[in-house]
Design a binder for this molecule. Structure first.
Ligand code: ADP
Ligand code: ASP
Ligand code: MG
Length: 437
């Protein structure tokens, strides 16, 4: 069984939705995961925010203008009267629901229900289109099998347990369709896997079913060796190891959701990144043995980082100090990304600042604390084993004209990370690109 995921631009118009069958072979047994039509989740975020801020009239205007787009989409997608009628009923249902949710007490719980409507719409629209043209398919509701626990971590065993019988009910069906991104949380409420989460859905399903392969179809020919939105002349990488891909996704390569490599890696399911606009292109194959010895592979950048600097003479010659500091972050469920230490100080970075004030209050009990917001981690991924090629020096040389705040090297064999103020990100990415590739 293969899992194919199509992102927002790959289902961005009626033409694209119809064109999915140029890639999807409906005679092969597979699960197709769809994102929302491009722009939809952003619009739903705006609508939810407007309701949260009690800007109801504005929310209603946004709902109306977004619904108009869908009216245009169904007019171009369906050719029969019956198809059009079903499409119309579908969008009426979802947009009425969105509006109704805003009429009552509106909390983040209702907001998440609104955010889920994009994937529910795109998958059902494609399913109706396939019905109209006589291609059999079964729609699997992600809310019946995709689940996160109290720590917002997906539960693979639960997915296996719930999804397997749903598929077995249709032994003769080949094409299954489901929603990316959406799930239920530990309270059974509608929730999601964070922005870009459809990649994660596909990889989780691949892991849960022990799939042969997960294919992520998007608008570019695979993982490039630098951010193509910022640097010109970037190139696709044919093969990556799970570790390299995980590092790049986690540290900002937007083509993949930050967590999405982990389930595939754990269950050893190869992931292919492919281009919907150029289906013949090789793209990137992420697999166990995809690494390449002795080279620098790629550069990625993660914004929105906060650096915390703790200066404490109590650290001098003391053991157990770092544990006490880390325990504070653990208590607030705040992951630490980078860390550097000296004899009397430690610097670390976080990207989740929801509990920053509480954390600082507690850390201040240990010494003087400084906080820098608006930082960027630049991550260079490659074969740094024993640094036989002098790569670390070349990385630092490329940013020697910029004020580097932290450096992390030696934590793994395949990563050097530097932290700098986000205002220097573009220059750092470009300079690294010219010197390293
Ligand atoms: P989708 O909607 O299909 O999920 P995304 O917009 O989430 O697509 O991801 C694809 C985009 O990621 C590309 O269009 C590209 O601009 C951006 N991107 C950022 N870094 C990289 C990279 N290193 N390699 C490829 N694409 C990248
Ligand atoms: N539609 C969701 C988003 O825009 C999920 C995804 O596209 O992967 O974040
Ligand atoms: Mg994406």
């Amino acid at each position: 069984m293969k899992i194919l995921k199509f992102g927002g631009t790959s289902v961005g118009s009626a033409e694209r939705i119809k064109g999915l069958l140029q890639i999807v072979d409906p005679s092969e047994r597979q699960i197709v995961v769809l994102s929302a039509v491009s722009g939809t989740t952003n619009a739903l975020v705006e609508i939810g925010q407007a309701f949260l801020d009690s800007r109801r009239d504005e929310a209603k205007k946004l709902i109306k203008s977004h619904k108009d787009k869908y009216e245009g989409l169904i007019a171009a997608l369906f050719t029969t009267e019956e198809g059009l009628k079903k499409g119309k009923e579908l969008i009426d249902y979802h947009f009425n629901l969105i509006e109704a949710l805003g009429n009552d007490l509106f909390t983040p719980t209702e907001e998440k229900v609104i955010l889920a409507q994009g994937e529910l719409l795109s998958t059902t629209l494609w399913h109706f289109h396939l019905q109209e043209i006589g291609v059999p398919s079964v729609l699997l509701p992600a809310l019946d099998f995709m689940k996160i626990d109290e720590d917002n971590e997906p539960v693979v065993s639960y997915i296996t347990e719930k999804l397997t019988p749903l598929i077995s009910e249709h032994p003769d069906n080949m094409l299954f369709i489901t929603q990316g991104y959406i799930c239920r949380n530990s309270f059974g409420e509608i929730d999601n896997l964070r922005r870009g989460g459809s990649d994660y859905t596909a990889s989780l399903i691949g892991a849960a079913l022990g799939a042969e392969e997960v294919q992520i179809w998007t608008d570019i020919d695979g993982m490039h060796n630098n951010d193509p939105r910022i640097v010109s002349g970037t190139k696709p990488i044919a093969n990556l190891s799970f570790d390299e891909a995980a590092e790049l996704a986690y540290f900002g390569a937007k083509i993949l959701h930050p967590q999405s490599v982990f389930p595939a890696q754990k269950y050893n399911v190869p992931v292919r990144l492919l281009n919907t606009m150029d289906p013949q292109a090789h793209g990137t194959l992420i697999s166990k043995n995809g690494g390449e010895k002795g080279t620098i592979r790629a550069i990625a950048a993660k914004d929105g980082i906060t650096a915390i600097h703790i200066h404490s003479t109590r650290m001098l010659l003391a053991y157990g100090f770092l544990r006490k500091v880390f325990e504070i972050f653990e208590r607030y469920k705040t992951p630490i990304d980078m860390i550097t230490t000296s004899e009397v100080a430690v610097s670390l970075t976080i990207d989740d600042t929801n509990n920053l004030l509480e954390i600082i209050k507690e850390v201040e009990l240990f010494g003087k604390v400084g906080v820098d917001e608006g930082q960027t981690i630049i991550c260079v991924v490659g074969d740094f084993r024993a640094n036989t090629h002098g790569y670390a020096a070349r990385v630092l040389d490329a940013v020697k004209h910029l004020p580097v705040r932290m450096i992390s090297y030696g934590g793994s064999d395949y990563n050097v990370s530097i932290l700098l103020d986000s205002t220097h990100k573009t220059e750092a990415l470009r300079s690294l690109h010219t010197r390293l590739f």
